[in-house]
Design a binder for this molecule. Sequence first.
Ligand code: DQA
Length: 143
Amino acid sequence: MEHKILVLNGPNLNLLGDREPDQYGEVSLEQLEADLRSEFPDTDLSFYQSNHEGDLVDRLHEGHRSGLSGIVFNPGAYTHTSVALRDAVRAIETPVIEVHLSNIYSREAFRHFSHLAPVCVGQISGLGTVGYSLAVRWLRANA
Ligand code: DQA
């Protein structure tokens, strides 16, 4: 069966490549998406980025309704603030993996807490863009 996986990115991740490259690397979001497509040609991958919390909530609901196998989600700063995103992940049956490019536990104290981690299948933090690839691999094998 072909896997349908959504790669969902939250606020400021549209600036990937330009934004704090020491922290987040030099690969743009377009390049990250292209790399995932070429790594997983037999997976039905879709991509969405938004700077708006409610958009991300809507997208999680839609993903569930459209029968996705799983969602790879980098919620950006909303990780640390959003009860609404946590509730949305909790409300859907689709497995969600939380991904962060940087190691959130080696940074400021306010980044050490994730509202989403307890309701996600798992969390990958600090492995750069490879984290997205590992999350897709896990979903392909397990979801
Ligand atoms: C991030 C980590 C967050 O703390 C930060 O607000 C981001 C990016 C990451 O990918 O490392 O925007 O999610």
